[in-house]
Design a protein around this ligand. Structure first.
Ligand code: KG4
Ligand code: ZN
Length: 358
């Protein structure tokens, strides 16, 4: 079975082909980062227009890479939401038009399910059940995953997502868009403990998180430091100090995510952790999550945890995860392909609508 996956929810156009026998055989991606950089953030109208320009050539490149033709495609999976309305519409209309022309079924999918299942695309893949930590620009949540389509929400951020906190903090530090990845690069150069930021909701006793206060703490530290150094408005913070601030910010986010991951594993009894979403590309978080072990009681022996990540290029948005999620849904008979007809998109589509009752 060959599934074409289409992703166009934000600023990446992704098209991929997943074959149930041979795995991922075609994967084409265009990132609009350079185009939006000029504006300091994603401009929705420009994003939609660019998706329209890219979808057909990317599909052709993907088919060429796979050595396949349009008629080999068995089903077309696409991101129905959440995301930017106009951007989603480009992928949805293309997927439906192509499916109509080929007389093949379509599968409208939830973007986060793509992220959630993407670690299964790695050579070393997790087995069900597992705890999933979904950390992207729009979401930060823990889920108990018992199988394809069998997801239970354990806890989530009450305000900003971790990626959003990275991006907003990067912006206030004057880093160029897209800031999150840049901030994490600079954090690698910074010294630990030069600054200290709060660990929001670390001891809340549940799996809720909060990241919106962190950027305010960073802003206060920046202003205090500028005052201490006697810098005027035209002078930037010295690079080593800025890097130390990045490091302290990253340490705070990582400590919360690591501590809550342990708690989620204890709560579920699972010993497998799967991390997905853009922030899963963060090197420090990857290092720390790869080393965790947990104790069920203070004197109990430390139990190892196996942590899985998607391959690095598949952490951020891509078509491969949507093709794969579509193939999994068909294979496990969680969803049947539908005839291409009228379609809609769901810019706001809470994942809870896809979740099972606990
Ligand atoms: O999953 P994704 O591509 O898009 C969403 O569905 O949101 O995630 C994008 C987010 C952005 O907030 C970006 O700043 C963050 O992932 N991100 C990172 C890193 N690379 C991307 N955050 C921290 N460290 C990174 N290395
Ligand atoms: Zn995403």
């Amino acid at each position: 079975m060959l599934v074409l996956g289409i992703e166009s929810s934000c600023d990446e156009t992704g098209v991929a082909l997943y074959c149930s026998e041979r795995g991922l055989i075609g994967n084409a991606l265009h990132t609009q980062m350079a185009m939006h950089a000029e504006y300091g953030g994603v401009v929705p109208e420009l994003a939609s227009r660019d998706h329209i320009r890219r979808l057909v050539p990317l599909t052709q490149a993907c088919l060429k890479e796979a050595g396949a033709s349009y008629t080999d495609i068995d089903a077309i999976a696409y991101t129905q939401g959440p995301g930017l309305g106009g951007a989603l519409l480009t992928g949805a209309s293309y997927a439906n038009a192509l499916a109509f022309a080929l007389d093949k079924p379509v599968l409208p999918l939830h973007h986060l399910e793509g992220h959630l299942l993407s670690p299964l695309l790695a050579d070393d893949k997790p087995e069900f059940p597992f705890v999933a930590l979904l950390v992207s620009g729009g979401h930060t949540q823990f889920m108990a995953v018992r199988g394809v389509g069998d997801y239970h929400l354990l806890g989530e951020t009450v305000d900003d997502a971790a990626g959003e906190a990275f991006d907003k903090t990067a912006k206030l530090l004057g880093l160029p868009y897209p800031g999150g990845a840049k901030l994490s690069e600079l954090a690698e150069l910074g010294q630990a403990d030069a600054f200290h930021f709060p660990r929001p909701m670390l001891h809340s006793g549940d799996l809720q998180m909060s990241f919106s206060g962190l950027k305010t703490a960073v802003l206060t530290a920046v202003e205090k430091t500028r005052g201490r150094l006697g810098l005027d408005d035209t002078q930037a913070l010295p690079d080593p100090i800025r890097n130390d601030i990045c490091r302290a910010f990253q340490d705070a986010v990582c400590e919360v995510l690591v501590s809550k991951s342990k708690q989620a594993l204890l709560q579920t009894g699972y010993r497998t952790l799967v991390v997905a979403g853009g922030v899963g590309a963060n090197r420090q978080l990857r290092r720390q999550l790869q080393q965790i072990s947990i104790r069920t009681a203070p004197n109990a022996p430390a139990e190892p945890v196996k942590t899985y990540f998607p391959p690095l290029p598949l952490c951020t948005d891509n078509g491969a995860m949507m093709a794969f999620a579509g193939a999994m849904r068909l294979q496990h008979q969680v969803q049947h392909g539908q005839k291409a007809a009228g379609f809609n998109v769901k810019p706001r589509w809470p994942l809870r609508e896809l979740l099972q009752a606990a």
